[in-house]
Design a protein around this ligand. Sequence first.
Ligand code: GLY
Length: 251
Amino acid sequence: MIVERRFGDHAVLVEEHLEGDEVSLLALCDGERAVALAPARDYKRIGDGDAGPNTGGMGAFSPVPEVGPELVEELVATVHQPVVDEMARRGTPFQGVLYAGLMLTSDGPRVLEFNVRFGDPETQAVLPRLRSDLLDALERAARPGGLAGLELEWDPRSAVTVVLASRGYPGEPETGDAISGLDAVGGEVEVTHAGTAAGPAGEVLTAGGRVLNVTALGDDAARARAAAYAAADMIDFEGKQLRRDIAGVPV
Ligand code: GLY
């Protein structure tokens, strides 16, 4: 690539190979300070064991056991807060959600990416655990300095989200298939729609690559994932794809 200039006469960016565990840490920002949401872990590849191509995310869980409150504080102080401070210094204060995708390496945390939005599917696993009023927190973030004194309360239980994707995803997803079993899901399971549409008779059809998110709460990650997979298995459509190793070994 470099010697033969295979991509033409362009600069080549060499990136450090990072090994470790990924964590997504989102923070609400009010232009002055960053307040962390609960950490989550996302699963980006299509297949179990991180096989196959990258996707928009095939599942998530929260909390992340190795990312306790002290590490969260450290991450916000070293990753999110400096961004908020620098944006304010430049006269362009940032108010909103700052998403940091992080790799926890043996040399310490490293930033993989920033987004200025909620993460998908992390949010599906994080927000069901939020016990504080989300609207109040968002309104406070919209006021300069409005997050002062905010302490978010979290449900100590675990949440696991399993994404149901359509046949062909992430390449060329096929759509228009009828989805069955949505009414059978109950209990502490939340099904959020991502790529669905209403059919002519009111039936629910697949209408995108990632179709549904199935999120369950449980007293621990094992119970949450058992409930999430039980619900995910009740829902069906032609060519349904899901990872079986979200938050644990394949089930
Ligand atoms: N889960 C990755 C993202 O929202 O970009």
